[in-house]
Each structure stands twice: as structure tokens, then as C-alpha cells.
Design a protein. Structure first.
Length: 299
């Protein structure tokens, strides 16, 4: 150990053994001998002064302390792997960026437009990772982020790509038709986004309609992609950003279920850490491309 930190090889041997259940399988994955893995794990237990495994014949079973430690070690090894990958890609041939994105916005808006960027800038590689919550750039290996907020994140150089504008109440057309004789939209299950628990209440208030407590009892989803999948499956009505559902409404795949949308103040931003420098050339190229396509579509 150095300053109380176990040897990396011992941590890898422990994590593989915890995940695979035997020293033999861990040795095979790590290209080591059975005895080498056993010695690494035994040495780790000795240095920590904690029993990590119970030996049961040819298998090993994690102790409660071992299970907790294994989860923490796995998390840090995965983060180290991501950091190493990011360093290699940034120092390799060509130029590369690692961008944190919102899952639904990326799959429905950003990625379909990425072929245009690749044609214009074939020497720049863009890697995407999903992040649904705010984060500190110092703690993560991202060059920039596309995020959703009422205002730019602190300590970032950010540009507003486009305003969200409004959330529209949508459902499957046949579900809306069936509901007309049963109380209309208010008789349908209301689907909720976990990040916007009060959206339906605000929608009813904005349109001067009575909000029933039963509306709050509907299913909750973490992502808009999940919510819209549930809508398409006929599970109920949901509020979704106009830019995500406008084309589906035009094609008749989804129907506008209420008298109008819910006006919201949030926007989608592109941002990166605020430093004395403006960012890499590749980052500025990607930023200008995003601004151009966002403004062209908002015109």
C-alpha cells in the first residue's frame, strides 16, 4: 500500500473474483495463474485487516464488508477505465471530443444530425455519454455537455441552443378517440416524468381545468424516451417537448390530447468548463456547428 491505497493489481484481482465467484475464473480473465490471484486477494485481506470472502469449497462468497467494498472498487475501476480511454483518444491521431448528453434529446435530435458534422469534419471524432443530472466537469472526463436548464451552469462557458418552448399533451390517436365518451383526456392515465413531478398540475392550472388527485397516481418514468414509448404503447397521455413530438403529430402517429401546451422556461444549452482559454479547436468547431443547426431550425 501507498498512503493506505492498496495495490491496483490486488484490487483488480479482488474485483474479478467478487464478480466471477472463483479464483480460477478471475485468473482466466486477468491472464494470471490461480495462485497469483489467490495471493493477491489474501494479501489484500491481510493489509486491510478485513475478511472479504468466505471460502466454500471451490467457490468464494463475499462477506457483507466484502460486498460493499467490491461495489466501491468496481465503480472506481470503471471510472479509471473511462479516464484512460478519454486520455488516449484525446492524445491519438486526429481530434476527438467526449460530450455528455441527455439521452432522449441525443437520440431524437442530435444523433440524426451528426452525419452532417462527420461529412464536414471527418477528422473530429465525437463520443457521447448519457448524463441526466448536473455535474462538475472536474469530476468527470467530459469535454463539454448538452444540458437542460433555466440558465447556464455556473463556471461554464455556455450558449443557449434553443428554448424548450412548451410541453404538449400527447397520446395515441385511437386512445384519444376511445376516451371521448368517457370523460375525455381527464379519464386517461396520466404519465409523469420523475424530473418534472408538477408538470401536469401546472398544465391544468394554465388551462383553467380542474386537477384531480387521481392524476398524480399515474406511472412515473425517468426519461422522455421511456415516457414516449409508454405513450406509443397506449398506456396513457403524457406531456412532452414540442420538438420531440411535432413530427409524430404531423404523421398521425400521436395526437394532441388537450387544448394546448404548457409554457416552460427551460432551454437546451451547450457548455464546457470556464477557463482562461476558449477551449480546443475541435470544441469550438463543434460548438459553432451546433449553434448553426439550432438557429437554422429555430428560424
Amino acid at each position: 500500500m501507498r498512503n493506505g491505497i492498496p495495490n491496483l493489481g490486488a484490487l483488480q484481482a479482488f474485483e474479478a473474483t467478487a464478480r466471477l465467484g472463483t479464483f480460477s475464473r478471475a485468473a482466466e480473465e486477468l491472464s494470471l495463474t490461480h495462485s497469483a490471484v489467490y495471493r493477491q486477494v489474501a494479501g489484500l485481506e491481510h493489509s486491510l485487516g478485513v475478511q472479504l470472502f468466505n471460502r466454500v469449497r471451490r467457490r468464494v462468497v463475499l462477506t457483507p464488508q466484502g460486498a460493499e467494498y467490491a461495489a466501491r472498487v468496481r465503480h472506481h475501476l470503471e471510472q479509471l477505465e473511462k479516464d484512460t480511454f478519454g486520455l488516449r483518444t484525446r492524445s491519438g491521431l486526429g481530434r476527438s471530443l467526449h460530450i455528455a448528453v441527455l439521452p432522449t434529446q441525443a437520440t431524437t435530435w442530435l444523433i440524426p444530425r451528426m452525419p452532417d458534422f462527420q461529412r464536414r469534419h471527418p477528422d473530429i471524432t465525437i463520443s457521447l455519454s448519457a448524463r441526466t443530472l448536473p455535474f462538475q466537469f472536474n469530476d468527470h472526463p467530459y469535454d463539454a455537455a448538452i444540458y437542460h436548464s433555466e440558465q447556464p451552469w455556473p463556471r461554464t462557458r455556455s450558449v443557449r441552443l434553443f428554448e424548450e418552448g412548451e410541453l404538449l399533451p400527447v397520446c395515441r390517436p385511437d386512445l384519444l378517440e376511445d376516451s371521448r365518451g368517457a370523460g375525455g383526456m381527464q379519464g386517461l392515465p396520466h404519465l409523469h416524468m420523475m424530473s418534472r413531478p408538477d408538470a401536469w398540475r401546472a398544465w391544468y392550472r394554465q388551462h383553467g381545468l380542474e386537477f384531480s388527485p387521481l392524476i398524480s397516481a399515474g406511472p412515473q418514468y425517468e426519461l422522455f424516451s421511456m415516457t414516449l414509448a409508454a405513450v406509443r404503447a397506449g398506456m396513457g397521455v403524457a406531456l412532452a417537448p414540442r420538438f420531440l413530438v411535432a413530427d409524430a403529430i404531423v404523421r398521425g402517429e400521436l395526437a394532441l390530447a388537450g387544448p394546448g401546451g404548457l409554457t416552460v422556461a427551460e432551454s437546451y444549452f451547450f457548455g464546457y468548463p470556464l477557463t482562461d482559454e476558449e477551449g480546443s479547436d475541435a470544441l469550438q468547431v463543434f460548438e459553432q456547428w451546433l449553434i448553426r443547426i439550432a438557429r437554422a431550425e429555430s428560424a
